[in-house]
Design a protein around this ligand. Structure first.
Ligand code: TXA
Ligand code: MG
Length: 328
């Protein structure tokens, strides 16, 4: 699954929604309608399924994805809701609002979907098809917009097929997405919420629900594809240890992040191989978790084996290059 040679397109009736849910539960990629735009869904707990989403979209970097859930109760198992987050969820869910909250201790959304962040983005869509799919999938579904990277978000199943035919397993056709622009994203990491991306719910409606103004907004990009502001990159998970990229072998005292079993020298630090077989999808699924473990080992330097910038290798190297950049 995942290396889908054939993409099935079906009207979103009860049988095809059940088939789509079964595919998601088995690690497949399913495009489905939401009230905003079509999403490209995958089991949010599966690093491999999420890695296939980035591969199918051809994303050159790992932006964190929105985890879609069926209810506020489900959302509260994944994230920690402060007073403002609860107010906004109760006012606008189900609907085109995404809340960024701290991950809960038992959060099932994998590191890759969260781009290694200690927070996550959650949304309860109002589309009846999306809600039916989430109910049958019985798990959070990570879903960016179902377009190739750099293309506009799809509002019709035909748009999804034009971009992703042959790259995903299934497209549920639910007709036109009503709202047509992505969800509004509000960060609720601190007591005072912050607008990260304008979208389907207006700033005015959010401020009315909160009873106070939102903190000043970052401009963001219209597509929501690129990081919203340079500041957001800084908030991406950055290891405490320094990274030494394209290392031939680990040096004494260094931890090691291998790829395709290139390191033969037995360094004294912890050594993890992103993918002993050199599979970039497996490597992407392991990337953030392995960085975290190597960092926790206490090494001052992590030697990183060369990774070819092909397929997901480009996104992996983008992330590693950012993680290696000097920080103030
Ligand atoms: O309407 C929508 O929101 C659509 C439908 C499918 O639900 N989805 C969508 O996803 O637009 P995507 O991946 O294209 O945009 C997700 C945005 C990105 O800009 C990302 O940076 C932000 O959400 N995001 C996700 N997790 C975040 C986090 N922990 N902190 C800050 N921003 C986050
Ligand atoms: Mg998008």
């Amino acid at each position: 699954m995942g290396h889908a040679a054939r993409t099935r397109l079906a009207p979103a009736d009860a049988a095809s929604v059940a088939e789509a849910a079964a595919l998601l539960r088995a690690g497949g990629l399913v495009a489905f309608p939401t009230e905003t735009v079509y999403g490209l869904g995958a089991d949010a707990a599966s690093g491999t399924a999420v890695a296939r989403v980035y591969a199918a979209k051809g994303r050159p970097s790992f932006n964190p994805l929105i985890a879609h859930v069926g209810s506020l109760a489900d959302a509260r198992r994944e994230g920690v809701f402060n007073a403002a987050a609860l107010t906004l969820a109760r006012a606008f869910w189900p609907g085109p609002l995404t809340l960024v909250v701290p991950a809960a201790p038992g959060c099932s959304v994998c590191d890759l979907a969260r781009a290694g962040l200690p927070s996550l983005a959650l949304r309860v869509p109002s589309s009846r098809i999306a809600l039916a799919l989430l109910a049958l999938a019985e798990r959070p579904i990570a879903a960016p917009s179902a377009n190739r990277s750099g293309r506009v978000s799809p509002t019709l199943a035909e748009h999804v097929m034009a971009d992703l035919d042959g790259r995903i397993d299934f497209v549920l056709d639910g007709g036109a997405a009503e709202v047509g622009v992505e969800s509004t994203i509000v960060s609720c990491l601190e007591a005072e919420p912050f607008l990260l991306r304008p979208g389907g719910i207006t700033r005015g409606a959010i401020e009315a629900a909160l009873g106070r103004p939102l903190r000043a907004a970052d401009p963001g990009d219209a597509d929501g594809e690129a990081p919203l502001a340079p500041g957001q990159l800084a908030s991406h998970y950055a290891p405490r240890a320094a990274l030494r990229l394209n290392a031939a072998q680990p040096l004494a005292g260094e931890a090691a992040l291998d790829f395709g079993h290139q390191f033969w020298r037995s360094g004294d630090g912890l050594r993890l191989d992103l993918s002993p077989d050199g599979d970039p999808i497996e490597a992407a699924a392991n990337l953030f978790g392995y960085l975290r473990r190597l960092d926790a080992s206490g090494a001052a330097v992590i030697a990183v084996a060369p990774i070819p910038r092909e397929g997901l290798g480009e996104a992996i190297m983008d992330r590693l290059t950012r993680a290696a950049a000097p920080r103030g």
